[in-house]
Design a protein around this ligand. Structure first.
Ligand code: NDP
Length: 378
């Protein structure tokens, strides 16, 4: 009894009134050819919001995110750990802080595709799994509907038509407003987009992994010479890259070792210590020097680098503290990649060369990396 009234007192003390300035600084981009605008930065709850994490920290991050114009929160059935607890915690935060009509100011997404429950119907892309999972997600989040429901990964064994029909049903039933796909490579993305179009539920958005360290979405060596980004643009589908900071590697976090509270150090963290190699650190240090030249943090530069491409609707970040969130959001204050940002001079050419060597061994590659740099003017 005493515990319950203590909790009620704490909740009261933590009462939340969203900032009246929340829409004054964020940039909102149209998602493909749809009517939906997404904030340039969205927040994902893959890590930091599960039952292993501190609830009040997660709650503060979400409140601050909304105060700074983040209207889009991304979840999936399996986020935690334990799986499902990120959705449960998010549901609690919605009930505590996002009351009244605030739900109408939010775009909330969830996904199904990875392992969620035992037996033959607990993962991949069957209609049975997707629609049961959506019902479970809505219950956990205490919501009537999600804004976007994704097929989290393609299923090589289920006909793509079946998976896409499940998304179409989710939308027609009103349990989701839009359909999305994630982790689909070019040929299967093209087919999924086509099937959804025929069903009358256009694909709103694709969620691929994309960062300075992971650039497969730009690859034009596929049949037809179209990259995933080309395909999305040609079909009016938005793009929201996940892990834009390479899970924290594209920040100053690992410059001086592996901090005990970092994702790489946590047993449940998806980033493994073995991924932070000497070669990676060389790249990180070189990029960090360029970021310093631009008077911004490496995290800010990594996000601005993605957002310079008009095909990117929003970048989907994670954050384990309010301070990280603030740092990342400030990327919007220095978005440009122009020659003028890095003043011509030998030391800058040296820096770029070092970054180029670290990234791919070619000077031209890094110049393309900063695509609006003209190498001849440097
Ligand atoms: P990021 O690449 O943005 O990595 C986030 C992590 O980087 C944070 O948790 C934190 O790690 C560290 N970090 C963030 N900002 C800073 C900063 N300014 N300074 C120092 N460190 C910082 O994204 P995620 O990998 O978290 O992915 C983002 C979202 O994308 C997920 O929440 C999810 O919604 C989605 N996603 C989708 C997938 C899919 O298959 N569709 C797969 C993976 C993610 P630390 O804990 O070490 O502090």
């Amino acid at each position: 009894m005493a515990n319950r009234s203590n909790q009620q007192n704490l909740d009261k003390k933590m009462e939340y009134t969203p900032s009246t300035e929340r829409y004054s600084k964020m940039r909102y981009n149209r998602c493909g050819w749809s009517g939906v605008l997404l904030p340039a930065i969205s927040l994902g709850l893959w890590h930091n919001f599960g039952s292993v994490d501190d609830f009040e920290t997660g709650r503060s991050i979400i409140r601050r995110a909304f105060d700074r114009g983040i209207t889009h929160f991304d979840l999936a059935n399996n986020y935690g750990p334990a799986a499902g607890t990120a959705e449960e915690n998010f549901g609690k935060i919605m009930k505590l802080d996002f009351t009244g009509n605030l739900r109408d100011e939010l775009i909330i997404s969830s996904k199904a595709g990875y392992y969620m429950w035992p037996g033959p119907y607990g993962e991949w892309g069957s209609r049975k799994y997707l629609l049961s999972s959506l019902d479970q997600s809505l219950k956990r989040m205490q919501l009537d509907y999600v804004d976007i429901f994704y097929s989290h990964r393609p299923d090589p064994e289920t006909p793509l038509e079946e998976t896409m029909m499940a998304l179409d049903t989710a939308v027609r039933s009103g349990k989701a407003l839009y359909a999305g796909i994630s982790n689909y490579k070019v040929p299967e993305a093209k087919r999924a987009i086509e099937i959804l179009k025929q069903l009358g539920t256009p694909c709103l958005i694709h969620q691929p992994k994309y960062s300075m360290f992971e650039r497969w979405v730009e690859d034009t060596s596929q049949p037809g010479n179209h990259s995933l980004l080309d395909v999305l643009e040609q079909n009016g589908v938005g793009c929201i890259p996940f892990s834009p900071l390479a899970q924290g590697m594209l920040t100053n976090k690992y410059l001086k070792g592996i901090p005990a509270d970092s994702r790489a150090a946590k047993s449940h963290g998806f980033l493994k210590m073995s991924e932070i190699t000497e070669e990676r650190l060389l790249q990180i240090r070189a990029l960090n020097e360029i970021a310093e030249q631009r008077n911004q943090s490496l995290a800010q530069m990594a996000l601005a680098w993605l957002l310079k491409d008009k095909r990117i609707t929003s970048v989907l970040i994670g954050a384990s503290s309010v301070a990280q969130l603030e740092d990342n959001l400030d990327c919007l204050e220095n978005p440009l990649f122009t020659v003028g940002r890095i003043a011509p001079g030998r030391s800058n050419i040296k820096r770029l060369k070092r970054a180029a060597i670290a990234l791919s061994g070619k000077f031209e590659a890094v110049v393309r990396h900063y695509s609006s740099f003209d190498p001849h003017q440097l």
